[in-house]
Each structure stands twice: as structure tokens, then as C-alpha cells.
Ligand binder design. Structure first.
Ligand code: NIG
Ligand code: FE
Length: 423
């Protein structure tokens, strides 16, 4: 990726910084200013960390006193690396035929009840090789990364047998090991009841919450659990069983809550202090109050809402009033959100849900970090945090939410290294 910089090395005995970017506009997403923005600023990096932040002239003065690579940012905007905190990125096959069916009037629920939907992706995923799962997921992940994504959450949930779930989580881990992006792995054990357990519902929930979770966690493959709490999936008490088991093991949780109906899943997420409750088209005042008290983040998934052509958006005013942090993610999956663009998700969070561009950008930075339990490490540009940064050719930050298909990303820095350059 070409980036307009001039590169000078100055000599001095000091060596506090490895590189400094001077003359950028920085949306720190921290502090009282809109977007936490700093005009004509500088950011210095040492190793993997942000070492200094301040105005351009001061940055230049300090840089000249030491042996440091100076990059002229020439008015680029710098934001925290974007965080996609809800994806189902690893799967086999596609669901194009169902897309056509839905447009001929068959509902998502009807397709699911007839053994299509998630089950059709489970069949395609079980019969796919590890290599093909890795390659197709990598292609999708590269799209997200080209738009400034530096951290991604990846859920399992299309295997639904222990070996196949393990494989999905191993592919997620391998993506994090072979690409510079940071990956959080979520065991979505309760996604859909697989046919071989059709007559043994309780047994399936017991297995997922017991031996499967224990085995996958012991293999270091589970950063968090998740359950699809919905009429066509799992009840509040079944999802609660998985959340309780996770809590006993000290494992964090997310919940697919209120996507199609309000079963009380938001209250359940709050009861187990889940990091996030996701979707939330159908949540009432009680659920919102419970989430606020528990500090549970609301993850909004506008591209899924769009794909399902839903008409009841999440109650944004209620969530805002309660002070609940709002995150925005792609929900990348073959059924309800075949979306590999975090910028499109930001755009739709504004146009479909009425978020301000600043709220939307906070949703894919600061609040997405919080939804993954990573706010101490990433999500804002602050000294000491990981140097995961996105560089943009834009005039103002709202432009990141404005385009439908534009990608103004000039470069991405992962842990202090610009991808594709020898910095
Ligand atoms: O987040 N709601 C459950 N899971 C996915 C959809 C999965 C699918 O249809 O394959 C979602 O929308
Ligand atoms: Fe999802």
C-alpha cells in the first residue's frame, strides 16, 4: 500500500522512539473532544506500543533529539485500528439459494425450521477440509483488514460436533498466527440443534456446556462462549446453562440476544455479566436496564438487519439513555450477513439505526474493544496502548461512515508495523 511519507533518519544518542508520524490529524477516540481529535499532531511508537502523542511541532523537536524514523503524515487521518467484534468468518459453502428463496417470500425462520439456514452451512462446513476453510476465511479476513481492521472476533458454531467445532476454532487461531491481525476466538456451541441430537436436546446442551467446553478451553481455543438465544435456536434456560458453565471456568461470554424476538436474553446476558449482548432488535426496557447495571455492551449488527430486510431497529434512544456502550460489527456470516466491510456496517449503523458517525466509529473502536474485554490494550490511541493504527485519506472522520463501497484506507499498522512496508 502506497502511503505519502518522506523518511529521514536523524542521529542522536537517545533512542526512546522507533518511529514518529508527524503532521497527522488523529482521532484518538479518547477524551472530551469530538472523536478525541487532535489536528496537526504527532504520534510516536516504540516497539509494539504508542510511546508519545502531542502536537506536530513538539513531536518534531523531540524526534530531532533522537535517532528515530520520521514519517511525514501530510494531513492523513489516523484512527485506532478498527475492531470487528462479532463475526462468523469461518464456514463452508454459501447460502445464495436461500437468499433467492427469501426474496420469493420464504422467511428466515421457515427456512431454518425446514432444515436449511444454519444447518445447511453446518453440512457444508463439516464436509470442507481444514485448508479450504482457512483459505475462504482468509480471503474474507483480508477484505476486513484492507479497511483498517486490526482485531477481529471469530465465532465457531457451524461444526456443532466436538471435532468440527475444534477445527473451526483452530482455523481461527491459525488466521491470527499467519496474519498480523489479532484474533479472539468464541465457542458458539449453542447455535442450532444438529439433526443427530434432534431427539436429545437436553443431552446436546449438557455436552456443549460440559465436556465440549472443557476440552476446547483446555486446548486454549476458547476466549469466550456464545449462544443463539431465540425461538428457532435455544431457550433462556438452555443458554443460561452454557453461560453458567463458562462463568465457573472464568470464561467470558457473549449472547445473540433479541434478533427475532424478545425472550429475555438481554437480562440473561446481564445476569452472567456477559461482555456483550448482540443484535437487540427486540429488547425491552427491563433488558436495557439490566444490561446497563451489568456493564454489558450492546453490539449492533446493521448489515444482518439489512440482509433480513427487518423493519424494527434496535431501540437506540433507550440504549443511549441508559448509557450502554454501543458497538458495531459486521456479523460476517453466509446466512444473515454476507458482509466483509466494516465501513459498510458503520454506514448502515448511521443510515438504518440513526447512530451519529462519531457513535458509529466509537462502535468499531473503543466500544468494540470493550465488547471483547480489550479496552486496556486497544480501541483508543493513548500512550501505552498497542500501536494498532489505521491511516486514512479523508477530510474528516465522518467520511468513514459516508461512503457506500469506498475504501479510503491508506495503510494499517499492526503492533507497530505497517503492513507491507519495512518499518
Ligand atoms: O448472527 N443469529 C444467529 N447467527 C447468525 C446467523 C447465522 C446463520 O444464519 O448462518 C447471526 O445472524
Ligand atoms: Fe451472529
Amino acid at each position: 500500500m502506497a502511503i505519502p511519507v518522506s523518511y529521514v533518519v536523524l542521529n542522536s544518542a537517545d533512542n526512546d522512539w522507533d518511529q514518529v508520524w508527524i503532521g497527522a490529524n488523529i482521532a484518538t477516540m479518547a477524551g472530551a473532544q469530538p472523536y478525541g481529535s487532535m489536528d496537526n499532531a504527532a504520534v510516536a511508537v516504540k516497539g509494539e506500543r504508542i510511546a508519545w502523542l502531542g502536537d506536530a511541532a513538539e513531536g518534531r523537536r523531540l524526534a530531532r533529539a533522537q535517532d528515530v524514523a520520521i514519517h511525514e503524515a501530510e494531513g492523513l487521518w489516523i484512527t485506532p485500528g478498527l475492531i470487528d467484534c462479532h463475526t462468523h468468518l469461518v464456514y463452508g459453502g454459501d447460502r445464495v439459494a436461500e437468499f433467492e428463496q427469501r426474496l420469493c417470500g420464504v422467511s428466515y425462520e421457515d427456512i431454518a425450521r425446514a432444515g436449511g439456514g444454519i444447518q445447511s452451512t453446518v453440512r457444508a462446513t463439516r464436509s470442507a477440509t481444514h485448508e479450504s476453510l482457512y483459505e475462504s476465511a482468509r480471503t474474507r479476513l483480508e477484505c476486513l483488514m484492507s479497511e483498517g481492521v486490526t482485531t477481529v472476533e471469530i465465532k465457531s458454531g457451524y461444526g456443532l460436533e466436538l471435532g468440527a467445532e475444534r477445527r473451526l476454532l483452530e482455523v481461527a487461531r491459525e488466521l491470527g498466527e499467519t496474519l498480523p491481525v489479532s484474533v479472539k476466538k468464541t465457542f458458539l456451541g449453542l447455535h442450532s440443534l444438529p439433526p443427530e441430537f434432534a431427539a436429545q436436546r437436553r443431552r446436546f446442551v449438557d455436552d456443549v456446556s460440559g465436556p465440549w467446553l472443557t476440552a476446547l478451553a483446555a486446548a486454549g481455543l476458547v476466549d469466550a462462549v456464545d449462544g443463539f438465544c431465540e425461538g428457532i435456536a435455544f431457550s433462556v434456560s438452555e443458554t443460561g446453562q452454557l453461560l453458567r458453565a463458562a462463568q465457573e471456568l472464568g470464561i467470558a461470554a457473549h449472547v445473540h440476544a433479541g434478533q427475532l424476538s424478545d425472550l429475555g436474553a438481554a437480562q440473561l446476558a446481564a445476569q452472567y455479566a456477559a461482555l456483550s449482548a448482540d443484535h437487540l432488535e427486540y429488547v425491552g426496557a427491563d433488558g436495557v436496564r439490566a444490561m446497563a447495571a451489568a456493564g454489558t455492551v450492546a453490539v449492533l449488527l446493521p448489515t444482518a438487519y439489512f440482509t433480513l430486510r427487518q423493519t424494527t431497529p434496535p431501540p437506540i434512544a433507550l440504549l443511549r439513555e441508559a448509557g450502554i456502550p454501543l458497538a458495531v460489527a459486521t456479523d460476517c456470516n453466509p446466512g444473515t450477513s454476507p458482509c466483509t466491510s466494516i465501513l459498510l456496517a458503520l454506514c448502515m449503523a448511521c443510515t438504518l439505526f440513526g447512530l451519529t458517525p462519531e457513535e458509529a466509529l466509537a462502535g468499531a473502536t473503543r466500544n468494540a474493544a470493550r465488547a471483547l474485554g480489550l479496552l486496556a490494550e486497544v480501541g483508543t490511541i493513548e500512550v501505552g496502548k498497542r500501536a494498532d493504527l489505521a491511516f486514512w485519506r479523508i477530510e474528516r472522520p465522518a467520511q468513514l461512515c459516508y461512503g457506500l463501497g469506498a475504501n479510503p484506507c491508506a495503510a494499517v499498522m499492526y503492533r507497530g508495523k505497517i503492513r507491507g512496508e519495512n518499518t
